[in-house]
Design a protein around this ligand. Structure first.
Ligand SMILES: C[S@@+](CC[C@H](N)C(=O)[O-])C[C@H]1O[C@@H](n2cnc3c(N)ncnc32)[C@H](O)[C@@H]1O
Length: 265
């Protein structure tokens, strides 16, 4: 993808396209690749394993919610570019009566998602900003995503693009209050504790991108679940969250991305 479709800024690294590059996708431009290569170097290559583990965690969490918790509504915030194992594919395989609404604030994501999703009334895409919970929830319900049962709210690898001054805890509290009782949140988030210097350096690289990146200590990430009841095993490195029996061991010594799933009482 070298030609810019009209209206997209391809000169500035873009967090959705950098993530697509780590995953081996095709939707990125030279500025995205250069910034992503710098992150790969800073992480000694481990970012690629981390993003694969992130997608695997997302898949396991969606399967768990659909098959074991009766969730039939999925609201996927910061959904990213379509890739393998998309949320609607996993959820609909478990339960064909699921409704899935994807949300992202990126124009490139919007174009690809709309093209992919056209035709299935159970799956929608909304262009919107996850930092505005009331707007997102009301746009979703107005577009045919009724809040008449538990919702699986996915915030996977996107809260580390919401800086402290935007009050991520306040954003989560607002979603908690807007969702029906029995809903679940799924969060994954880069953790600064095991590799503080590399994460700070990564923040510097993303400083030139369309959204800032801020890894956080484990205690802050756990605090995002306040007011929810964490399901076992709690907030853990992604590969330790209900792994498949045949999961391969990590290649890296450490996976500095934590995740968890929790229920709104
Ligand atoms: C690293 S990708 C994660 C994609 C997917 N959730 C996953 O884990 O595979 C982060 C996504 O969050 C989106 N994003 C960042 N800030 C956002 C915001 N304020 N509102 C909506 N989407 C946002 C980006 O455009 C990007 O697509």
């Amino acid at each position: 993808m070298e030609q810019a479709p009209g209206g997209f800024d391809v000169t500035r690294p873009n967090v959705a396209r950098m993530y697509d590059y780590y995953l081996g996708g095709k939707n990125h431009f030279p500025a995205d690749r250069a910034a992503a290569e710098r992150i790969i170097e800073l992480s000694k290559g481990h970012v690629r394993e981390a993003v694969r583990e992130n997608r695997a965690f997302l898949g396991r969490a969606v399967r768990f919610l659909a098959s074991e918790c009766g969730v039939r509504r999925f609201l996927d915030l910061g959904a990213g570019l379509p890739t393998q194992g998309n949320v609607h594919e996993i959820a609909l395989r478990e339960a064909p009566d699921c409704l899935v609404t994807y949300v992202d604030n990126d124009a490139v994501v919007a174009a690809h998602a709309r093209a992919l999703l056209e035709g299935d009334p159970r799956v929608r895409f909304l262009e919107g900003d996850l930092r505005k919970p009331a707007e997102i929830v009301s746009a979703a319900s107005a577009s045919g995503f009724p809040l008449d049962g538990p919702v699986g709210l996915l915030l996977v690898a996107c809260l580390h693009f919401v800086p402290d001054e935007e009050d991520p805890e306040g954003i989560l509290a607002a979603y908690r209050d807007l969702l029906p009782s029995g809903s679940y949140i799924v969060i994954s988030h880069a953790c600064s504790d095991p590799v503080p210097d590399a994460m700070a350096a990564a923040g510097g690289v993303y400083g030139n991108a369309n959204a800032p990146f801020e890894a956080r200590p484990a205690a802050r990430i756990t605090g995002f679940f306040d007011g929810f009841e964490l399901v076992e095993p709690g907030v853990v490195p992604l590969n330790e969250w209900r792994p498949e029996p045949d999961a391969l061991p990590l290649r890296s010594d450490v996976l500095p991305v934590l995740g968890g799933v929790a229920r709104r009482p």
